[in-house]
Design a binder for this molecule. Structure first.
Ligand code: GRF
Length: 227
């Protein structure tokens, strides 16, 4: 994949639908990036099959091969750094990363989380959103900091919670938005349009509604410009 404005490495653990959305966005020209490698913490994942199909270098760094998280993280750093990415993208990466890993990639490590952060950090976000009676739910892309799911938000997208929703139905609705906003956030980063001031992410020097400042005016029909 060439014609890139920046190299990325994508870290995965499972299904890889966000990875696929990124691959598709690169292929159809919406995301001028070069996916240098895909690295999985788990062997034999659908995500790795997607990388192979797309002809992207791929590796497994199996967390079970390391007696301590710190050693796993060091091996992961070595593998990632060998590809010299501008940006490291967590896409369904299911390991908690150590502070030394996070600090090593400070300001160039991003994650996608299936909730409107700061609501519902952690797991089972869709079931928890339903239980809470929330009227809207969604997805967030954020910079990674040592606080789990706590880093500055780059972009969010909200979807309505409907009366007959199950966690699975709601997850599908959110996933559609994940696949839309993750390539966009990566593009913003690689185009040099993001900055962080006072713990908030700015796009072209301004706070935008889809970045999570004003929950009221986000709807799932809003489509942030892609330019
Ligand atoms: C997504 O819901 C993402 O937000 C979360 O893990 C899931 C990964 O799905 N972090 P996939 O592997 O990208 O299909």
């Amino acid at each position: 994949m060439s014609g890139a404005s920046g190299g990325i490495v994508v870290l995965v653990s499972g299904r890889g639908s966000n990875l696929q959305a990124i691959i598709d966005a690169v292929h159809d020209g919406r995301l001028p990036a070069d996916i240098h490698a895909v690295i999985s913490s788990e062997p034999g994942t659908p995500a790795m099959a997607r990388a192979r199909t797309a002809g992207i270098p791929n590796h497994v760094v199996n967390h079970r091969d390391f007696p301590a998280r710190e050693l796993f993280d060091q091996a992961l750093i070595q593998r990632v750094d060998s590809y010299e990415p501008r940006l490291v993208v967590l896409a369904g990466f299911m390991r908690i990363l150590s502070e030394s890993f996070i600090n090593h990639y400070s300001g160039r490590l991003i994650n996608i989380h299936p909730s409107l952060l700061p609501d519902f950090p952690g797991l089972n976000t869709h079931a928890r959103a339903l239980q809470s009676g929330a009227k809207s739910h969604g997805a967030s892309v954020h910079f990674v900091t040592p606080e789990v799911d706590g880093g500055p938000v780059i972009i969010q997208s909200a979807v309505p919670v409907l009366p007959d929703d199950t966690p699975e139905i709601l997850a599908e609705r959110v996933l559609t938005e994940e696949h839309r906003i993750y390539p966009l956030a990566i593009r913003w980063f690689l185009d040099g349009r993001l900055s962080v001031e006072g713990g908030r992410v700015l796009l072209d020097g301004e706070q935008r509604p889809e970045q999570g400042l004003d929950r009221q005016i986000i709807t799932h029909n809003d489509s942030p410009e892609t330019g």
